[in-house]
Write a protein that binds this ligand. Structure first.
Ligand SMILES: *Cc1c(COP(=O)(O)O)cnc(C)c1O
Length: 389
């Protein structure tokens, strides 16, 4: 078994007769058969092979194979977005009368699926507090079929002990489904700690350059089979072009993540001593409430830093307006540094009380630290802090 970086580069779909070095783009909706017998056998699942790009395509297969090696997963299915990966994992494995236990600090759209849509199909839910793991076991019911978490969470950077959670899930025979978007498999591999499924928004660090939307769900063969069967008929497949881009991106994931983490760690350290900053959150800062757990399950601290600016909502907005280089955009995990102010944008529809419950304070700023020179990143943020006073 070769190392992480080598697999990310050397796993490649079989060369064609053209002996190309870099993998070609298979921009085709369907695949031809040698004869009627081959066509019959492939449709009957007696013979493996590509039939139609809603089911599989060489570019998405290559992307899935690389991701399986990186996460230590048996199987996977690539989807058109992170949300379709998460949604498919719910729809394939939960049925009317089931219950899902989810962390309350999760991505906004995941929250919407669990709260607004799952009840339409008779699937109940409870939310649990990432900062109070001792309350989780009591929230498990007879009909609990799945536990869903994000660690670190978006945007609060809460962290939960995956080893402890894996044991809890196995004790109660529950599927543990982990959104590993913020850490990426370079930094954290939830399956090692007992997760049965891992989902990703490939739009973020996996693409890493803000170009395409994509997702993937990975895990146990028998679970992925159910998810594949649902997706094959319902159609959230990743496009071959996006799969080609994402598989290429994985070749540089390790070096990109190293630099994202270095830059983010430096910025977090600096902000911690800044007079205009009330509080900084970064998994590898000693001041993070789950620092010990982060050190145990993550190899680096990740590329996201959040901080609480003095002066609340108004100051937060002024800070964004004063930035000269950092981008104001909804994405994260890009080469370009991105700043967002959740209270006045992504989470503006919640009440202040609701925001507080999921850890979003009025002055919270989230920085997705990019790959520009750290000196330029820091000086832009420092001048914006000053100008927003
Ligand atoms: C962005 C994001 C998603 C959704 O992914 P899309 O590719 O935008 O559909 C899910 N989870 C987390 C943690 C995210 O940051």
């Amino acid at each position: 078994m070769k190392k992480f970086e080598t697999n990310a580069i050397r796993t490649q779909s079989e060369k064609t007769e053209n002996r190309e070095h870099s993998v070609p783009l298979y921009l085709t909706s369907s695949f031809t058969f040698e004869d009627a017998e081959q066509m019959r056998a492939m449709f009957a699942d007696e013979q493996e092979g590509n039939i139609y790009s809603r089911f599989s395509n060489p570019n998405s297969t290559e992307f899935v194979e690389k991701m399986c090696q990186m996460e230590g997963a048996e199987a996977g299915y690539a989807t058109a977005s992170g949300m379709s990966a998460i949604f498919a994992s719910f729809m394939a494995l939960l049925k009317s009368g089931d219950h899902i236990l989810s962390a309350s600090s999760i991505f906004g759209s995941t929250h919407t699926i669990i709260t607004k849509f799952l009840p339409k199909w008779g699937i109940e839910h409870s939310y649990a507090d990432m900062n109070k793991p001792e309350t989780w076991e009591k929230l498990i019911q007879k009909n609990t079929k799945m536990i869903f978490v994000e660690t670190p969470s978006n945007p609060g950077l809460d962290i939960i002990d995956l080893e402890w959670l894996g044991n809890l899930a196995n004790k109660h025979n529950i599927i543990l489904n982990v959104d590993n978007c913020f850490a990426t498999p370079f930094i954290q591999q939830p399956i090692k700690y007992g997760a049965h499924l891992v989902t990703h928004s490939a739009t973020k660090y996996i693409d890493g350059q803000g170009r395409v939307v994509g997702g993937i769900v990975l895990g146990k063969k028998e679970l992925i089979k159910e998810i594949y069967t649902l997706c094959r008929s319902t159609g959230p497949a990743l496009s071959p072009f996006n799969a080609w881009v994402l598989s290429k991106s994985l070749e540089t994931l390790s070096i990109r993540m190293e630099r994202h983490c270095q830059n983010a760690h430096k910025l977090a350290g600096l902000l911690e001593n800044h007079p205009d900053v009330l509080q900084v959150r970064y998994p590898f800062l000693l001041s993070h409430p789950q620092f010990e757990i982060a050190k145990k399950q993550m190899s680096m601290g990740g590329g996201i830093v959040t901080f609480e600016i003095k002066g609340g909502i108004e100051r937060g907005r002024k800070f964004l307006d004063a930035l000269q280089m950092c981008s104001l955009t909804a994405n994260l995990g890009d080469t370009r540094t991105i700043a967002t102010h959740p209270a006045s944008t992504t989470h503006a529809k919640l009440t202040e009380e609701e925001r507080k419950e999921i850890g979003i304070t009025p002055g919270m700023v989230r920085i997705s630290v990019g790959l520009e020179n750290i000196i330029d990143i820091i000086s832009d943020i420092e001048q914006a802090l000053e100008k927003s006073r």
